[in-house]
Design a protein around this ligand. Structure first.
Ligand SMILES: Cc1cc2nc3c(=O)[nH]c(=O)nc-3n(C[C@H](O)[C@H](O)[C@H](O)COP(=O)(O)OP(=O)(O)OC[C@H]3O[C@@H](n4cnc5c(N)ncnc54)[C@H](O)[C@@H]3O)c2cc1C
Length: 331
């Protein structure tokens, strides 16, 4: 197996770093044993607080999530691939792909032939451009020090975006991640995001920045496509889920695992590639697609005018069964 990566590790990445509980077992199996402390020491998050329309609505997070900086998590996953015998090449951008099985991956200085391809190049890459349409959403992220962070994931919603705040890194060390998804015409810098919500502006006055904020664009939502041009698409390359549901990392890990399981019989010569692709598409639709449907419905709900949204939010606030149901549908 060859892993061709355009960048290199470690590096910061725009992400809320909320790892939903459903992915933690898989992650614990993947991460090398000398990096398992990243999971053991990570803050455990069992409550979410939604700051919206002047209300604070608490939602239980069950099973509890964890929060690990992508700087450490992605490097640990890279090391896991290397130790399991994968030929892992950093600074190796695939410029184009020809064929639909077998494939030829073309890089600046060489080419690689492959019997099967798993495309894990993220939300936006030269290998599968998506239509941006009129989307002007951007993502921003930074780490801060806060004297005593709340052990919750806090989502501050405002017109044209939201900012999520949660402890990350090592439990009790006062490190927090703040990450925002916002329309570029509403705010394009972190101070501008923090100023969009009164409670967030007040809270962040006590923060000390640990590195300059990083940004990414565009953020585009579409119908997930698990198979394209004979390739298995995994993670964001298959489909980008609304960040506020905090399931993108889990979907990336779980779709990767489904792709590997679906390819095994092809690699051992039992079935043709097309059959492996069909198996993967079918498993993806059954196990992962429902998360996208629920998160799109929630996105539409949040975009409703205040006079419709506020009564719905009030009903939601006093309906613990409904809260549990909706959270489970985003997993
Ligand atoms: C603002 C924001 C907040 C978020 N918050 C959360 C959260 O709290 N929890 C959560 O679970 N998810 C969150 N997400 C989503 C999460 O970050 C993604 O779902 C996840 O990173 C997807 O992983 P991936 O491996 O598919 O893609 P990526 O992590 O983007 O990895 C793709 C890799 O492909 C490489 N690549 C690209 N093109 C090429 C090429 N041509 N050749 C070789 N390599 C290439 C890139 O360098 C990159 O390393 C958030 C996203 C945003 C924007």
């Amino acid at each position: 197996v060859a892993l061709l990566e355009a960048g290199n590790f470690p590096r910061h990445k725009v992400c809320g770093e909320f790892i939903s509980g459903e992915a933690l077992h898989l992650l614990a199996e993947l991460i090398p044993s000398d990096r398992l402390h990243l999971l053991r020491q990570a803050p455990s998050i069992s409550r979410s607080r939604l700051f919206l329309d002047g209300k604070i609505v608490e939602v239980p997070v069950n099973p509890p999530a964890a929060s690990v900086p992508r700087f450490d998590l992605d490097r640990a996953l890279w090391e896991a691939a290397v130790t399991s015998g994968v030929e892992a090449c950093e600074q190796t951008k695939v410029l184009s792909i020809s064929g639909t099985g077998p494939f030829r991956c073309i890089m600046a200085d060489r080419q690689v032939e492959a019997r099967a391809l798993v495309n894990a190049t993220g939300r936006w890459s030269n290998l599968h451009k998506v239509q941006t349409g009129s989307s002007h959403w951007i993502g921003l992220k930074a780490h801060f020090r806060e004297p005593i962070p709340s052990p919750t994931v806090d989502l501050y919603f405002f017109e044209g975006g939201y900012c999520g705040v949660q402890p990350t890194g090592v439990e009790g060390q006062g490190l927090i991640n703040a990450s925002a998804m916002v329309r570029a015409d509403i705010a394009s810098s972190f101070p501008a995001v923090l100023a969009r919500h009164a409670a967030l502006a007040e809270r962040s006055a006590r923060w000390e920045a640990l590195f300059p904020p990083i940004a990414t664009a565009p953020l585009v939502f579409g119908t997930p496509r698990p198979v394209r041009d004979g390739m298995m698409m995994v993670g964001d390359a298959a489909g980008f889920v609304d960040p506020f549901v905090g399931d993108g990392i889990s979907l990336a890990l779980r779709s990767g695992a489904l792709a590997a399981a679906s390819l095994a019989a092809f690699v051992s010569g039992e079935i043709p590639l097309t059959e492996s692709l069909n198996r993967y598409a079918d498993r993806y639709r059954r196990h992962l697609l429902p998360v996208f449907r629920t998160s799109s419905a929630l996105r539409r709900l949040l975009a409703l005018p205040g006079k419709v949204r506020i009564p719905l939010l009030t009903a939601f606030e006093y309906a613990p069964g409904l809260k549990r149901y909706l959270v489970s549908k985003t997993r």
